[in-house]
Write a protein that binds this ligand. Structure first.
Ligand SMILES: C[S@@+](CC[C@H](N)C(=O)[O-])C[C@H]1O[C@@H](n2cnc3c(N)ncnc32)[C@H](O)[C@@H]1O
Length: 373
């Protein structure tokens, strides 16, 4: 088969170069949202490279938008027989690369699938929720997108792989996670301290919380806050609740809500921090705009919005090999729309101020913004 050779090389290609190091700067102390003991390592690693990851020379990668290269990739993906091969190849490559990197993908998924996770579904699922059309597309090589137990069971391993890909030079998967999440949390904390010091973070909403990884990082970082994770997939939320029930109890247990982040039904001005982490690249532009507007409605004056996702400017992503970006695009139906959305403009139009962008790892940008006081 003509494609087998590049696909076989995929594992090597997935480990594209990065440049993270660790250092020992001290996190700020004595804030109401002061760093929780369990997360201090994370913040320490965070401060090493923050703001120093390399940008490419282009406005955005050549493989998105209306460039000839992007059109060629799109034509390849649109050819159904090839698309199926690509999707399958992408999935196989992801799993084998993860396992080579000490992420026991299949074992982790099996543990979830053989657990009592199914019991959580009933208490979490909002039966009257109408899913938006875009959400019913295949995602990440799952025919039914995020609406399956398999996608939910594999989500944590997939998230670990994403951190590993972003930081291939980290000494371990744990370190890669700590740097990626630590830099993101540090950027949020710095932004809030700079622009809203008098606004204590009491209530946090994590839109698109998936299986709760970002939600737990937020809850660990801001242990005095009440944290809510919200997602469209009841299967992901069931895994989140199942895992959280087996973790150390918290003063304020995390709340999980099955809802659409575009229209949450939650009261206006009820949060001090809204996070949308690694969600927007899965959404069409109109949904990105709706999510940002809903976040603005939900935040109190002085509240902070934190978006993190692929960076247009990332040198590593701009220089991604053709095999790799073709595979990525074959499993991410809205990547082009995400890359073509002017995020600063979207935030400004929604009413946000103090819009700040920073590369928090070689591949991802964290954009923070404030609701005017
Ligand atoms: C890649 S995952 C997010 C990962 C997670 N935030 C983290 O940082 O580990 C993207 C999530 O966004 C969710 N999602 C997509 N559109 C959404 C919407 N309109 N409302 C709520 N969740 C949404 C998906 O179900 C999926 O769980």
């Amino acid at each position: 088969m003509a494609l087998s050779s590049p696909l076989q090389n995929l594992s090597a290609l997935i480990s594209a170069s990065g440049n993270a190091t660790t250092a020992t700067a001290r996190p700020p102390r004595g804030r109401p949202w002061a760093v929780h003991a369990a997360s201090s390592d994370t913040t320490t690693a965070a401060q090493a490279q923050l703001g120093r990851y390399e940008e490419g020379k282009l406005e955005r990668p050549k493989w998105v938008g209306e460039t000839p290269l992007s059109r060629l990739v799109q034509a390849l993906i649109s050819f159904k027989p090839l698309f199926s091969v690509l999707k399958l190849g992408a999935r196989r490559a992801l799993i084998s690369t993860a396992e080579k990197n000490n992420i026991p993908w299949r074992k982790m998924a099996q543990e979830i699938l053989e657990s009592e996770v199914y019991r959580e579904l009933e208490s979490i699922q909002n039966q009257s929720l109408v899913y938006p059309d875009y959400y019913l597309n295949p995602f990440h090589a799952y025919e039914e997108g995020n609406l399956t137990w398999l996608a939910a069971a594999e989500a944590e391993a997939a998230t670990m792989s994403m951190a590993r890909r972003a930081l291939p030079d980290a000494s371990s998967i744990q370190e890669a996670n700590q740097i990626l999440r630590g830099n993101w949390l540090h950027a949020i904390e710095q932004h809030h301290m700079q622009y809203s010091e008098s606004c204590v973070i009491d209530d946090i909403l994590d839109i698109g919380c998936s299986v709760g990884i970002s939600t737990r990082y937020l809850a660990d970082k801001f242990p005095t806050a009440k944290v809510t994770g919200l997602d469209l997939s009841p299967y992901f939320l069931a895994v989140a609740q199942h895992k959280e029930k087996r973790a150390m109890p918290r003063k304020f247990p995390i709340k999980w809500i099955h809802a659409n982040g575009e229209d949450t039904g939650l009261p206006s001005k009820s949060f001090d921090l809204v996070s949308i982490a690694f969600v927007l690249h899965e959404c069409p532009t109109r949904v990105i705009v709706n999510l940002v507007r809903e976040a603005f409605r939900l935040l109190r004056p002085g509240g902070t919005l934190a978006l993190t996702d692929f960076s247009l400017k990332s040198k590593v992503l701009q220089e991604l090999s053709p095999v790799l970006f073709t595979l990525v695009k074959s499993t991410e139906p809205f990547l082009d729309e995400y890359y073509l959305t002017d995020m600063d403009e979207t935030l400004r139009e929604a009413g946000f101020v103090n819009i700040t962008s920073i590369l928090t790892d070689p591949r991802h940008v964290t954009i923070t913004a404030t609701v005017p006081q």
